[in-house]
Design a protein around this ligand. Sequence first.
Ligand SMILES: Cc1cc2nc3c(=O)[nH]c(=O)nc-3n(C[C@H](O)[C@H](O)[C@H](O)COP(=O)(O)O)c2cc1C
Length: 305
Amino acid sequence: MKEVLVIYYSQTGQLFDILKNIASTVSDKKVNISYCEIVPRKKFPFPWKQEEFYGAFPETFLQIPAPLEAIPQEILQKNYDLVVLGYTTWYLTPSIPINSFLKSEEAKKILGNTPVVTVSASRNMWIMAQEKMKKLLVSNNANLVGNVALVDRNLNHISVITIVHWLMGGKKTKMLGVFPKPGVSDNDIEAASRFGFPIKKALIQNEYSSLQQDLLDVGAVKVDPSLIATDIRGNVVFTKWANHLIKKEGEERKKWLVFFKYYLLFAIWLIAPIVFVVFLLTYFPMYRKIQRDKAYYSSVALKQD
Ligand SMILES: Cc1cc2nc3c(=O)[nH]c(=O)nc-3n(C[C@H](O)[C@H](O)[C@H](O)COP(=O)(O)O)c2cc1C
């Protein structure tokens, strides 16, 4: 019997639905699937209020762990053949609950010397978060063998508008009846079951070397090259903001978080389109580098800094 653990944090259940659909085709007589939800001691609110949403930024981005409920003993006692780690991106970084788990002793126990498939469901900016994830997995001595990254496929700016409606309003519905539904589409959530087949094949054969290519062949990852530069640039600016904000307390912090909110709106609506135009203008001279970047960010390899 092969033992698979699906460990995750999903606030609205979107990511959890995707994980269940993937697991549905991994599961069979020879595969036992266990689920483990990561639960922060202090719950993050859903729907989010503005102050809490922006207030989560400094600790998320600086990857400062928060206390978690203990992982149940029955999960810790087993040895898993494969772990499926489901996470979402917050501020270009794995979410606080997932980062906190990956910095715990329990993660070392569960993930050490174990093949891991990461599954993310973000708006669309997940690439640098996955690079941070690769490093966190290395620090746990885990072996990243596959990655599935699902996103909202609508235009970047449309998805910004609709995600606010969803996360602050609490309902994954069509805003004003005319905008597309936010997040990963119902079709993509349902069709995630196709990723389970290559995962099961690799698990049964205990041979993971071609798993990521097999996952790519069924569309597990689609790197949008125009978002790579925005993600990298965003990380540079966020580093400055987060290091500044973390030093502020009480009313000072609240005041600076309001400035950060306006900066974020400015960055999304004005800087991101400029970065996009620069991307288009340099597309042909940069063509080879873009292809190399696409291949690298679609892979499970980690560049040495
Ligand atoms: C505080 C916060 C920050 C987020 N930042 C990003 C981001 O930087 N990039 C991105 O693609 N999605 C971002 N998202 C969207 C999430 O990745 C995710 O798709 C959404 O929260 C639903 O996930 P769930 O399965 O936990 O409900 C953010 C969400 C939250 C709550």
